[in-house]
Design a protein around this ligand. Sequence first.
Ligand SMILES: Nc1ncnc2c1ncn2[C@@H]1O[C@H](COP(=O)(O)OP(=O)(O)OP(=O)(O)O)[C@@H](O)[C@H]1O
Length: 629
Amino acid sequence: MAESIAQAQQPASFDYELYEGDPDHLRTVVATPNQATPWIDPATLKLKHRIGRGPFGDVWLATHHQSSDEYDRYHEVAVKMLHPVKEDHMQKFLNKFEEIFLKSRQLQGVCWLHGISIISGKICIAVKFYEGSVGDQIARLKGGKLLLPDVLRYGIGLAIGIQELHSLGVLVLNIKPTNFLIDDHDQAVIGDFGIPYLLMGIPLPDSNFAIRLGTPNYMAPEQWEPEVRGPITFETDTWGFGCSIVEMLTGIQPWFGKSAEEIYQSVVMKQEKPLIPAGLPPAVENVISGCFEYDLRNRPLMADILHAFESSQNAVYSDGEWIGLESRKVPEKLSGKCFSTWFLSKDLLQVGDTVRSRKAPDSCKPQTMVVPEGTVVGLEKDTDRDGFVLVRVPRVHDPLRINVSTLERVTTGLAVGDWVRLMEETNKHSSIGIIHSIHRDGNTAVGFLGLETLWEGHSSKLQIAEPYFVGNFVRLKANLFTPRFEWPRKNGGTWATGRISQIHPNGCLVVRFPGRFVFGNEPNSFLADPADVETVTFDTYPGLVGKYQHIEDYHWAARPLTIAFSLFTAIKFGIFVGKSMGAGKKKRGHTQIRRDDHAQDAQTAANSSWLPPPVANILFGEGPTATAR
Ligand SMILES: Nc1ncnc2c1ncn2[C@@H]1O[C@H](COP(=O)(O)OP(=O)(O)OP(=O)(O)O)[C@@H](O)[C@H]1O
């Protein structure tokens, strides 16, 4: 057994030396026969035949010959032969692999790693040979569906495995039934321990193997362009897990039959989600539905999934209802408009925490804060998702009893969701980002545009930045010549002003330009680095001309309508003057003029009803207010 061999060996560090031009001749510098190093001498690996082919390479059935003075053994192994990696990046991959190799052997839900080698210039990862995969099982079964108890049983083992990898800081990113291997006890283990994650940042020499960070059918929205729509986080794996469970329950791969480009359009652009089959235990349905939240921060973590699956494992469906469910209340799908219960349960309050009323992330309207600042002095019950806490607020005699979901923890003046600026200069990524988590010791994770994963560092390196909201009007800063993304110009050549329609978890702004008239499929939605733009409001525009220009930004029809209206008014005025002069000549009374005046008012009011509201407002009275912050 490979396990017994490994247990007998002592962990030790090792090193590689790559011979230029011939990667097969890779040798360990610090290695003794009894050391548990991942390195496998390629001469001891004999590839027999290929058993699988996936986007990251081929899988071969092979034998691994191990011998010493005491033993001489052959193991049947599966060898994942990756697509060729540039030679100067090979060492990088091997180092990353070494970091997780020994730790992975302590994990119960992850496949057993034999080691790593290089054959014909390709990285080969040797893994214990298993009976097959859940994917194979789905392919073999008539109808392809697995029974719910099996799905829950496999799901629990897999969630444990993914959770274990997360605890090592590894993202799997390639969660799918063909990567769920089944062991001798019919338990599923994770067969891909994060190969896309290890390959991240490593270019491939052959452009035919355009590796994405995963397999399209199972990829979360942020996984397609992590630097732009990211970051990728533990919750990215949650999406892949949800897709896999849906496939196990239905026998149908999510987005089956669609090309990668079509899946991108569905998942990323149209924000579509895989369909969840009906009739599941409520906790399972709820958690799987949470897996498909577009904003990764609203998705559950593996611990939430594990809890939902375990609590439903003994449930039986009888007479139209589920019986045998654990009594704990199924968390509501969404608490309020903006935050899911999964989001809220990621940060539980403790006595002594400084808190304030939670702000809605997408609202630019000023809000009344029940608690501008307070201290948690008591927990009414375990501060789970729907608990209450007692908060002492300055100048209020008795502590207030407040629902935890309406509060956010403030540490060193910062809270999750705050916009922050990195104080030190960087050109690797945007300087402005959004806080994803902040620990009580000040360690903070921030999503920055330009980074594939979360930035991690101390809050002392950050300062609070002006927030952006959906609905804000923005334009490029006047002193900026080369924005990070393409930005449209107005007819006169100046930068156009647009309106934020979406904000990605890394602060990347999606900006639409309602003031631009576009033809056919011409894009009218652009991305923006929050550090490149500034907010524009009606009030801050100088002068009447400036304010009028802002109205034009609301809708491209503002200009033709204004011209039409001006013409109309001019004609009316001309007629009015003509009539007045005629009336003067005929010595008409004032009554008639007043009647014309009223008629014009009525006409004007009628016109206002068919103008877009902002145009109507500015032309006939109130200025637009939508951008007031
Ligand atoms: N360790 C293993 N033991 C037994 N069979 C395996 C093992 N690893 C992979 N396989 C088999 O190979 C098949 C394909 O695996 P492979 O990982 O190449 O495909 P994939 O998961 O679609 O691709 P990728 O992981 O590159 O995205 C699996 O469904 C399984 O049948």
